[in-house]
Design a protein around this ligand. Structure first.
Ligand code: SF4
Ligand code: SF4
Length: 470
């Protein structure tokens, strides 16, 4: 035997077979899951009538460079809303995590939602936890092949529907679905569906808790957002262990009074909280970064406490301060600060979206030549105006000049610039103005003002420009 011991660099994954559990948190999680799945899978099929444009309520129209979200149409120039949204999501995460720990992980994260469904499928095909452990240990035979094969087939089916639904957001869903199923869809549709199907199958079916433990950075930096007042899923060690530790129910340890007389705590060491844990940890060992705060161990322990007819809450949402007998202060300077920033960011985003101009315009000067001197001595500059109509109806615009003394505007024979719905239009503008007094070249700033015709609901806008004189 070699004197050097071989050390494994990677720990082998110990498979987890979570036991199912009933309870208020499990019901809440099923409710959130049903809502999230309903929205995700049905939204691409929801129709939405618009005067122009697609009649799909939510659509990422890449070729048309538009994102349709019910009555809101997001254009590429509105991309800063995305940055705003990401900032809001970050502060929401800080705010919620500071108060209630990893509630996002436990209830709303895609990984948690899809893993829940994959575990439910596993249970449906293979049975409850003991049956699944038995099946994994038994040698390969017809039953094992059928049950494991059936599980993986159903996982693949859910993964496919997940990828397929994602793809439906990027085109007119009914048409794209027919094209997809008849082999007529663009390659990108098959590529996106296959990619998401594969990642869903691997992450929710095969990797599961390892995604949260090893791949997700959030579990690593959560500790920085927790403090002693944060509500976390905790085991009440004082109550559970007493002075003599935990002990199973046995002779002389059946009632609470008997146990307390012997210093034994309320934990009957049944292991139910460990068996239901999708992360495969024992909450009685204290806070661990693998814990996603799904609260299923609370349901499990509450069920046991109910059976024993003892008070619930041996495992519960509480803070370190509360466990030490101190007061929990949920609203602290830090959380109030996060909340304020969150409110300001959300408010300004809503205001910005609600008050966005239904059209915009830009002006570029024609520089060859930069100016022309007319026979009467006046100077002419030429500009190209581009107006974008973001609304779903035609917009008629009248252009005028402001801030340039004695200026005259020529727009050819076009008196009103008609911009079709969801389209842009260009117009050549010639501005003629007298030379200012004094020698040498000059530059004067002025504005083109665009005024919608017959639209009291749409305000005029001004676009800056510069007038050059030799
Ligand atoms: S310890 Fe409890 S809350 Fe944490 S992951 Fe496991 S079951 Fe969920
Ligand atoms: S479920 Fe409750 S009683 Fe059972 S082992 Fe866990 S903490 Fe102890």
């Amino acid at each position: 035997m070699s004197s050097e011991e071989q050390v494994e660099l990677y720990a082998k994954r110990i498979p987890i077979y979570p036991r199912s559990v009933k309870g208020r948190f499990r019901r809440l999680k099923w409710g959130i899951l049903a809502l999230a799945y309903g929205v995700y899978f049905l939204l691409p099929w929801l129709r939405w009538e618009r005067p122009v444009g697609p009649d799909q309520a939510v659509l990422w129209d890449l070729p048309g460079r538009r994102f349709y979200l019910f009555d809101l149409i997001v254009h590429p120039q509105d991309i800063f809303w995305l940055a705003w949204l990401l900032a809001i999501a970050a502060f929401l995460l800080f705010f919620v995590t500071g108060i209630a720990g990893r509630v996002f992980c436990g209830y709303f994260c895609f990984q948690t939602l899809w893993t829940d469904v994959f575990i439910a499928i596993e249970k449906l095909v293979q049975g409850e936890r003991p049956a699944r452990i038995r099946l994994a240990k038994q040698p390969w035979n017809g039953e094992k092949i059928a049950k494991l094969g059936g599980t993986h087939l159903l996982w693949l089916a859910v993964a496919f529907v997940t990828g397929f639904s994602f793809t439906m957001y990027w085109g007119n869903a009914p048409e794209l679905a027919v094209a997809f199923l008849t082999g007529q869809a663009p390659f990108a549709a098959y590529g996106a569906t296959f990619f998401l199907m594969t990642t869903t199958y691997v992450m929710a079916g095969l990797a599961r808790e390892q995604v949260c433990t090893y791949m997700c950075p959030y579990s690593r930096f959560q500790a920085a957002m927790f403090d002693k007042d944060t509500l976390i899923v905790s085991y009440d060690e004082t109550r559970g262990e007493g002075t003599a530790g935990r002990a199973k129910v046995g002779k002389g340890l059946k009632t609470r009074e008997e146990r307390q007389a012997k210093g034994v705590g309320d934990c009957i060491d049944c292991g139910y909280c460990v068996q239901v844990c999708p992360a495969g940890i024992d909450i009685r060992n204290g806070m661990q970064y693998q814990c996603i705060h799904c609260a299923l161990c609370i349901d499990a322990c509450d069920n046991i406490m109910d059976k024993m007819e003892w008070p619930r809450g041996l495992i519960r949402y509480t803070s370190e301060h509360a466990l030490e007998g101190k007061k929990t202060r949920l609203l602290k300077f830090k959380t109030i600060g996060y909340g304020l920033v969150l409110a300001i960011l959300s408010g300004t985003l809503v205001w910005n979206v609600a008050s966005q101009a239904p059209y915009d315009a830009s002006v570029s000067q024609i520089r060859q030549p930069l100016y022309v001197q007319l026979s009467d001595g006046r100077i002419r500059n030429t500009y190209e105006l581009k107006a974008n109509n973001k609304t779903t109806s035609e917009l008629d615009l009248v252009v005028s000049v402001e801030g340039l003394a004695d200026a005259e505007l020529e727009t050819g024979r076009i008196e009103v610039l008609a911009v079709e719905a969801e389209k842009s239009a260009r117009l050549l503008l010639q501005v003629i103005a007298p030379r200012p007094a004094g020698p040498g070249p000059s530059q004067r700033d002025f504005q083109f003002v665009l005024t919608p015709v017959g639209r009291d609901d749409v305000a005029p806008i001004a676009v800056d420009a510069r007038f050059h004189t030799p």
